[in-house]
Design a protein around this ligand. Structure first.
Ligand code: HEM
Length: 516
């Protein structure tokens, strides 16, 4: 745990609280303190409440990635890699190894402010230079244009302990074959079939919150969203085998992910030990010749289009563990922040209420198009708090990132870091970037914005496979719960981010529920 918080949840007289959600690096003893969030209720009203398009089932990223190296700048097209016109991006003299940790979170914000865009960082213990991409054209180039030149990189090393060689960490032909096989599991029709299960989970949560509201019991929204997101993903994978597992073990063994928020080696080993439950469920289904309408059965049945082969059991287990980890904490974190942001902003909250009340019934999959503002609330939460705030790639060969005046050099072997958190709050692309303004995601506003400044789910061929599933999950959750419940923040521990593998809240956020 970290010390040195630079702000607390204070009253409206606090000068900093003029910003609805702000982050301020402050200097202390030569190093930067945690970037803390300070909150007020003073968002300027906005009348532009237009709507985004409904969640799409954009599976365009499933198609085999293009081979072409496409550079946006004509000079880059003409030049060879040896051309001297490309320069190294500016950066600090201080050697530093960028990581998913607090020090990096603070340094990257500072260096971005100092150097403007993409920066080069010399390694401390690593072998290679690092580039932190803070220009949308550079993000596009690495994730889409010339993605074949980039592997997943150092940021995923720690995740490997948890996930084996699941698709979030694998590369090359193995990744391509796994992605091809898993993609149909996340097809729109399959997600639609899971929506009823999501609704059932949300209805149970509603009953709990109604009881808590009646008895004046505070909700630890951070822990509750974590438990709910875990339940949804486990039911999507195992359907009623989950209930059998809980009955057999007396508890849900996967709950350790909610209870133990460390993501260290000890937890990784305990988590890997859970693979025995996955293997047992698979064996039981095979024995009983049973195929369920869930992710696990779909993955057990899938075949590689080219080889006709199924996944090996080891690969299946790794993919199941990957989906649990990738799908749980990301959705949980987003809903945690969404409820917190709503508790801070009466204007946005009332627009959300207007929309969910106008629907007149509990939302289902078919209502998602009508819940456009709800969707914008989710999108804006993901802008301010992208759960995957920093992720990496490694350059295979030398490359150059296209620039208006000059290209930026990428040495072979360079570590590349992509930081949606910083680009999502970049004043060059967002007006009043610290404020919670879901209207930014109206169709019109989205059309006018550079397409590569917002990428909470990444871009290109490795874009999140669970994007549609999680959007449906979050829209249905807010759409149902906000019809009946609103929250007031119970001021206590500071509201601050913990920028580790995911961008979580440092402390649990406590909210008092009220019936509406
Ligand atoms: C708010 C919710 C979520 C966010 C913000 C999110 C974000 C991301 C990001 C940024 C990546 C790509 C990392 C990269 O390019 O290196 C990714 C990949 C992935 N996500 Fe998600 N995710 C979310 C929910 C989910 C859910 C619900 C699932 C599963 C049910 C899931 C499964 C995966 C998988 C399997 C990959 C690896 C895809 C590949 O490399 O081919 N995610 N996610």
């Amino acid at each position: 745990m970290l010390s040195g918080l630079s702000g607390t949840d204070q009253g409206p007289n606090d000068i900093l609280s003029r910003h609805s959600v702000s982050f301020f690096p402050t200097l202390s003893s030569g190093s930067f303190n945690r970037i803390a969030l300070l909150v007020s209720h003073t968002n300027p009203p906005s009348e532009d409440v237009s709507h985004t398009s409904p969640p799409s089932n954009d599976v365009s990223h499933t198609s085999p990635p293009p081979d072409a190296v496409s550079h946006t700048s004509p000079s880059a097209m003409a030049a060879s890699a040896a051309d001297t016109a490309a320069r190294l991006a500016p950066g600090p003299d201080e050697p530093f190894d960028v990581n998913v940790d607090d020090a990096s979170f603070e340094k990257l914000a500072l260096w971005k402010a100092r150097y403007g865009g993409t920066i080069t960082v010399k390694p401390r213990e690593r072998q290679s230079l690092a580039l932190v991409l803070n220009e949308p054209e550079h993000v596009r180039h690495v994730l889409i244009g010339n993605h074949r030149n980039y592997n997943k990189g150092v940021g995923f090393e720690r995740v490997k302990m948890l996930l084996g060689n699941g698709i979030i960490v694998s590369d090359g032909d193995f990744w391509r074959s796994q992605r091809r096989m898993i993609q149909p599991v996340f097809h729109r029709k399959i997600v639609e079939a899971q929506a009823g299960m999501m609704q059932t989970c949300n209805e149970a949560k509603l009953r709990e919150w109604q009881d808590k509201a009646a008895s004046g019991t505070v909700v630890d929204i951070t822990t509750e969203m974590s438990a709910l997101a875990l339940e949804v993903i486990l039911r999507a994978l195992f359907s009623h085998d989950l209930d059998e597992l809980i009955a057999q073990e007396g508890v849900n063994p996967f709950s350790m992910l909610v209870e133990d928020v460390t993501r260290d080696l000890k937890l990784a080993m305990r988590f890997r030990a859970l693979t025995r439950h996955v293997t047992a469920i698979m064996a039981r289904r095979r024995e009983q010749n049973r195929i369920e309408h869930d992710f696990l059965s779909l993955m057990m049945e899938t075949r590689d289009k080219e080889s006709g082969q199924p996944m090996s059991d080891k690969a299946l287990v790794d993919e199941v563990m990957t989906i649990i980890v990738a799908g749980h904490e990301t959705t949980a974190g987003t809903l945690n922040w969404a409820w917190y942001l709503l508790s801070q902003d009466a204007r946005v909250e009332s627009l959300l209420h207007e929309e969910v009340d106008a629907l007149g019934h509990a939302p289902g999959f078919g209502d998602l198009q009508a819940l456009r503002y709800t969707r914008q609330v989710v999108d804006e939460t993901l802008r301010l708090y992208p759960p995957v705030w920093l992720f990496s790639r490694k350059a295979i060969n030398e490359d150059r990132l296209p620039g208006k005046d000059q290209d930026t050099r990428v040495p072979a072997g360079a570590d590349i870091f992509l930081c949606p958190y910083l680009l999502h709050r970049d004043e060059r692309y967002w007006d009043d970037p610290e404020s919670f303004l879901p209207e930014r995601f109206s169709d019109e506003a989205s059309r006018q914005r550079n397409k590569h400044v917002y990428y909470p789910f990444s871009l290109g061929s490795r874009r999140c496979i669970g994007e549609f599933f999680s959007i449906v999950d979050m829209q249905l959750h807010l759409g149902l719960l906000a019809r009946h419940i609103r929250f007031t923040h119970v001021v206590g521990k500071p509201v601050a981010v913990e920028p580790h593998i995911n961008l979580r809240s440092l402390h649990s956020i406590m909210l008092m529920p009220e019936l509406r």
